[in-house]
Every structure is written in C-alpha cells, then in structure tokens.
Design a protein around this ligand. Structure first.
Ligand code: ARG
Length: 460
C-alpha cells in the first residue's frame, strides 16, 4: 500500500519500487527528519492549525521513535520509500489520526530540503573541527623545525633553501582557507526551507520563523520555489571538500616522495605504514596514497552533483534525490582522510640531517651568491651570469659554493671577498629571507602566531 493509493489503480512495479527508494541511504538523516518534524508539529499546534493535544502526541511519539531507532528496537524498513515516509508511517501506526495530521502544510520536497541542510550543517562543523585539529598538528611539527634547513623545489628541481617549518606552514595556509570556505558554505546552508511546501508554499497560517528558531537556523528561504529546488549548498560543500582534498593530495604526494629512499627526508611510524606480501624490505606509505586516491572520488562526486543539477527545470525533480549518496560519500571520505592523515603526520620522524644534506648538494644558494655580487655593486644580470659560470665550474670539478677557494672565486670576478662564504652559508641564506611571508625564523614565528591565533579563534 502506498500513501498515494487513492489516485492509482495499479500497484507499483517491484523494480520501480526498488529503483525509486532512497531509504538505503537517506535513513542516516533519521535524526534530522525527526527533529524537523518535531519543530513542524510544535508550530502547527502553536498556530492553531492542529490541536495542541495532537501536536503534543506527535512530538512525544517522535521522540520515542528516535529513541527506539537508536536503541535498536525499531528497525528501519528497507522496503519503505524513504526516511520521511518511514517515520510518518511508524508515527501513524502508533498514534493513529494525530500522526496523520503531521504532514499538514508540508511536502516531502521542503522536508527533504530541510533534512539535507540540517545534515550538512552538522557535518560542516565536524569537518571544520578535523581541519582545525590537523592545523594543530602542523603547528606542533612546524614549531620543532624552524631551523630545519631543506631544499625548496620548483619543477621538482632543487631551487632555494627553506626550512621544514616554512614548508609545512604553506599547507597550513591552504587548510586555513579550507576552514574559512567551510564557514562560507555553512552560512548559505543555514537557511530554513520548510514552509515552501511542494513549491508554492501553503494556504495555512504557518510560522516559518518560529520553526527556524527552534531548529537553530539563522535565516529562512525567501522564495518557495527556490526553497525546494536549491542545492547550491550541496554543490558548494562538494566543491569546498574537493579543494580540501586537492590540498591533502598534494601534501600526501610530498609525504610519499619524502619517505622514499631517493629523498629519505622523513620516516613514517610503523603504525601508519604497511608491508608488502612479497618484498620483505618494503614499508609503504599506504595512508598517504589512499588519501591521494580518494581525492579522485571526491572530485567524482562533485562532478556527479553538478551534472545532476545542470538544466533542471524548477522546482523539485526526482533527479535531486541523487544528491545524497554523492555528498554523503564525500563527507565520509573527507572525514576519514583528515583523521588518518593527521594521525600519520603527527608521528613522522623528520630526518633533519638528510634534509640539510640535500640542501647542500644542489647549488640552491646560487641566487644568494648572485645577490652577494649585487651587494658588491654588480648589476643583477651580470651577477647572474658569473654565478652560472661558477655553477658549471663546480659541477665540472665536483665542488660546491661552500668548498670553492677564494682564488677560484676571484678567477670569475674580482668582486669576491671572504664575505662570500657567509653569503652562501645555507643557514644565512634562510635567515636573510626575513621578508614578511619568508622562511627566516623570525618570519616563521610570525606565521606560527597567525596559525595559533586562527586555531584559537576557531575552536569550538
Ligand atoms: N526521497 C526524496 C528525495 O530524497 C524525497 C522527496 C520526494 N519528493 C517527491 N515529490 N517525490 O529527494
């Protein structure tokens, strides 16, 4: 028996029933559905649309239903069409006519829009908390590595000296933007659609602002057609999560490189690495690889959502039922990734000497040598050319800027003096980049205090 049996003379084809049903994935919104119905029923009673007695009966039975689902005594019926129908049918079976009054002045279209907004709001908060937690882990690691000199890269070629602290604080910047993007999405999700009805609102004298207040919404949707057909917040959330995963995938890629023998900049904790079934020597960075891999799936969900919404005429269309699996999957996977990635990163061993050794080998102080000549009066382009010749000479003779003799320097330019050794000393190269945003310890201290302030301001 379907709720709409009056209009139909045939029962639904079994395959269509299964095809149409969303209960297998929307049952996870049972708490939001019940909370929304409690607010709706309370409002109906308050506005005199149904008897206060009926309203009270509905509210108290909905609370029982929630408790029964949670203690396992009420199983969600996999044959039900969706979570909204399921809860309403249990309610009606339990309290009769009062239960049948709950859906007055409401449609599943505004009901589902409400539920998914409430669900996303809670998840956005949780995801943001995980981002802040990861930022805290980066903060701690950065604090320990303000003097850990390492090569920075462009084109994956050794470029200029940095510190590990400065390096990972770049990821902190990305994650701070992710957190604030989540705040933005939250603001536009925090708008209450109930009362939009199927699409043209309702003739009953409902109080939408009362419902919004009870459910903790900041605002109420201002157009009933938009109220039921808007899924921008789902698209925005999936986009914000895609960008977040893109950041984690870049970070993961670095972790994978850094723990290879070729780099050997870090060691992963055994608890966050896996072995090989055949090669006894292997210690694999599976966690980072999986985070990198799952990025594709979060992008895939985003693409699915955008394509699902493309060119949909107003207002509600069943296509929109497809929003849930995609956004739920992105939410689940992002949360998993943030949690596991953070735990893995918190336990890495930073191999400072290896980083320092890599920094010494690739002429990453060449710019500093040229800058030294500029300070001695040469135009930058001339200084650049001389330094280039020095690099070629070093490669040929297996030397570095640190090991060239002063005579060798002088054979390339008479501007060189003993001071060149200070200029090409890697620690000095880093310390001299004290520009706002640079890698010098003082500048990194500033970045650390910005990060710390952000974490403090965004703690719950
Ligand atoms: N299960 C549906 C969804 O997730 C609920 C809304 C159904 N509305 C309708 N008119 N069939 O979108």
């Amino acid at each position: 028996m379907k709720m709409w049996d009056g209009r139909f003379s045939k029962t639904l084809d079994n395959r269509v029933n299964a095809f149409n049903s969303s209960i297998s994935f929307d049952s996870r919104m049972y708490a939001q559905d019940i909370e929304g119905s409690i607010a709706h029923a309370t409002m109906l009673g308050k506005c005199g649309i149904i008897d206060v007695e009926d309203s009270k009966k509905i509210v108290s039975e909905l609370k029982n239903i929630k408790a029964d689902i949670e203690n396992g005594s009420l199983a969600i019926d996999p044959e039900a069409e969706d979570i909204h129908m399921f809860i309403e049918s249990v309610l009606t079976a339990r309290i009769g006519d009062a239960g049948k009054r709950l859906h007055t002045a409401r449609s599943r279209n505004d009901q589902v829009a409400l539920d998914i907004r409430m669900y996303c709001k809670a998840e956005i908060k949780e995801i943001k908390e995980l981002v802040i937690n990861l930022l805290g882990i980066i903060y701690e690691t950065a604090k320990e590595n303000k003097d850990t000199v390492m090569p920075g890269y462009t084109h994956l070629q050794r470029a200029q000296p940095l510190t590990f602290a400065h390096y990972i604080l770049a990821y902190a910047q990305m994650l701070m933007r992710d957190a604030s993007r989540l705040d933005d999405v939250y603001r536009r999700t925090d708008v209450m659609p109930l009362g939009s009805g199927a699409l043209a609102s309702t003739t009953y004298p409902i109080d939408r602002h009362f419902v919004a207040e009870q459910l903790g919404f900041a605002d109420v949707t201002a157009n009933s057609i938009d109220g039921v057909s808007d899924r921008d917040f789902v698209l925005e959330l999936s986009s914000a999560l895609s960008i977040l995963m893109m950041h984690l995938s870049r970070f993961s890629e670095e972790i994978i490189l850094w723990c290879s023998s070729e780099y050997s900049f870090i060691d992963l904790d055994d608890a966050y690495s896996t072995g090989s079934s055949i090669m006894p020597q292997k210690k694999n960075p599976d966690v980072a690889e999986l985070v990198r891999g799952k990025t594709g799936r979060v992008y895939g969900n985003m693409t699915a959502l955008f394509t699902m919404m493309k060119a949909l005429p107003l207002a509600y269309n069943k296509d929109m039922q497809e929003d849930k699996e995609a956004i739920f999957d992105s939410i689940d996977n992002v949360k998993l990734c943030l949690e596991v990635f953070g735990a893995m990163f918190a336990t890495i061993t930073v191999k400072k000497e290896k980083m320092r050794a890599a920094a010494s080998g690739g002429f990453i102080n060449a710019t500093d040598c040229a800058d030294y000549l500029v300070r001695r009066g040469l135009p930058f382009r001339d200084a650049y050319k001389i330094t280039g010749k020095l690099v070629a000479y070093c490669i040929e003779t297996s030397k570095t800027f640190e090991t060239l003799t002063l005579d060798e320097y002088l054979s390339f330019s008479d501007k060189f003096e003993n001071g060149v050794y200070d200029a090409v000393n890697l620690e000095n190269c880093v310390a001299d980049r004290k520009v706002y945003g640079g890698p010098a310890p003082a500048s990194v201290d500033n970045q650390l205090s910005i990060l710390n302030g952000f974490i403090e301001n965004n703690k719950n």
